[in-house]
Design a protein around this ligand. Structure first.
Ligand code: NDP
Length: 470
């Protein structure tokens, strides 16, 4: 006979099935339910030695009855209406003190709303961001939790057990109230977009600027993965560059259409940054580049009119490209953490920046050795922009000239590097004490009498052009 379940899970798709196996493997009996019943039985049948830990159920009432109270049920279904529908269906079946955990990629505003509804109607509600894809879900994802601290603490033993470990420390933590966990997950995905985009840009310079073949790109990325850029994304980029297409015998990369998809979490991050007036141009450029990549016909029309960029004309070295990538990566993370800081202030959620960096060190797609240094720098001073932390400031002092060289060389050779160039423009803006917004202020005062502050502190707020405006 199967044992009473410690926890339940709804949605045995790619992520849910792997999470359920992970939970069972860590010693927690689990009850599962899936909209399509055959999937539930197939899951149990294929669970091998973990099958005795799994209770398949055919109705939501059976699922709830199979779990030891106070119950906790994880939802791993598509974000949006499916989550609301499942909560509505579970509410009458569960006790007020039970807990529903949405582990999908919810928009954090939805999680805020669901948390508020849960506070009024029960059961309790947690929104957790889970990163690491299918492999991570099975063997250790990074987990970012949001909701009531006591609810997090209640399920933390399970979540810590299934999470990835960095030198023994679970990559799972409480990020703050309501939608904080899903907010941090969205920023994670925004950073992921930018990190991937910068790697793609550097690949573009190697392929088009330096005329390198895919296997040479693979060798370069593999060597970078042994240095400061060590990360999952550099590692897999090296692997995909080395792969050979079984149909054509050519490099796989050369056979893939340059049109990238997205599910929207990068876009959410950018929209939220605009609401918060946070500056994340590397992430914005990465989202823009994905949007633009899908406009293949327009790009072909552009090339027909303006001609293709010349190939093999770059004068860059691979060492410069590596240094530029290091600088770009630091700037992108500095922007992402600054966005979380801005949200912490605006929403009144003290989201813990050092803990976020620690959670991202393993399990998630953006895991990298640099995140450990970021965790240290943010522990020293979580209020300081990461680019000003001595460790990263030293890195930037050393690598900024390479970033300039790469952006300038790419511009001269017609190679688009939007994330690297916007990262550099942000860096230059952030290191310029006397910028150019005095011109903006003068223009605004001229046409709209908006007024300005003077450098000498005098009270006069208008220029001598009064009355010339429209
Ligand atoms: P899948 O499409 O693989 O699985 C979806 C699951 O949800 C299936 O079990 C499906 O059941 C069920 N489902 C779909 N619609 C409904 C509905 N209306 N009511 C009830 N159940 C429904 O999705 P994933 O596992 O990839 O993703 C699940 C969540 O995890 C999403 O929010 C996703 O964004 C997030 N996520 C995904 C990651 C990934 O790498 N795939 C990484 C991190 C988060 P049925 O068998 O009946 O179709």
């Amino acid at each position: 006979m199967t044992q009473p379940a410690h926890i339940g899970l709804i949605g045995l798709g790619t992520m849910g099935a792997m999470l359920a196996l992970n939970i069972a493997e860590k010693g927690f009996p689990i009850a599962v339910w899936n909209r399509t019943i055959s999937v539930t039985h197939g899951f149990k049948a294929e669970a091998g030695s973990l099958a005795p830990m799994i209770t398949p159920t055919e109705t939501l009432a059976d699922l709830v009855a199979a779990i030891k109270p106070p119950r906790a049920i994880i939802l791993m279904v598509p974000a949006g209406q499916a989550v609301d529908d499942q909560i509505e269906a579970l509410r009458p079946l569960m006790d007020r003190d039970d807990l529903i955990i949405d582990a999908g990629n919810a928009l954090f505003h939805d999680t805020n709303r669901r948390a508020a509804e849960a506070a009024k109607l029960g059961p309790h509600f947690l929104g957790i961001g889970v990163s690491g894809g299918e492999e991570g879900a099975r063997h250790g994802p990074a987990i970012m939790g949001g909701g009531e601290r006591a609810d997090w603490d209640r399920v933390a033993p399970v979540l810590n057990a299934i999470a990835a470990k960095y030198k023994g420390t679970p990559c799972a933590d409480y990020m703050g109230p309501a939608g904080a966990g899903h907010f941090v997950k969205a920023v994670h995905n925004g950073i992921e977009y930018a990190d991937m985009q910068m790697i793609a840009e550097v690949y573009g310079v190697m392929r088009d600027g330096l005329g390198m073949a895919a296997d040479a790109v693979a060798q370069t990325l593999k060597s970078w993965n042994a240095g400061p850029l060590q990360s999952y994304l550099i590692e897999i980029s090296g692997e995909v560059s080395a792969a050979i297409d079984t149909h054509s015998g050519k490099p796989m990369l050369d056979m893939i259409l340059d049109r990238a998809g997205q599910k929207g979490t990068g876009r959410w991050t950018v929209i939220e940054a605009q609401h918060l007036a946070a500056t994340i141009p590397a992430i914005e450029s990465a989202v823009m580049a994905r949007n633009l990549s899908s406009r293949l016909d327009e790009r072909r029309a552009g090339e027909a009119v303006f001609g293709a960029a010349p190939t093999g004309k770059s004068g860059l070295t691979l060492a410069q490209l590596e240094q530029a990538m290091i600088a770009g990566k630091i700037l992108c993370y500095a922007q992402g953490f600054a966005l979380i800081s801005a949200a912490s202030k605006e929403f009144g959620w003290p989201m813990p920046l050092p803990e976020i960096a620690r959670v991202w060190r393993e399990g998630c797609i953006i895991r990298s050795s640099m995140l450990n240094d970021m965790a240290t720098a943010l522990t020293d001073d979580p209020t300081r922009n990461l680019m000003l932390a001595p460790f990263f400031a030293d890195h930037l002092k050393g690598s900024q000239s390479a970033l300039r060289a790469v952006v300038a060389d790419a511009a001269m050779n017609g190679i688009a590097v939007p994330a690297l160039s916007s990262g550099l423009a942000w860096f230059d803006s952030m290191r310029t004490a006397r910028g150019t917004a005095n011109m903006i202020q003068a223009q605004r005062d001229f046409f709209g009498a908006h007024g300005f502050e003077r450098v000498d502190g005098l009270a006069d707020k208008h220029g001598p052009w009064a009355g010339h405006g429209i």
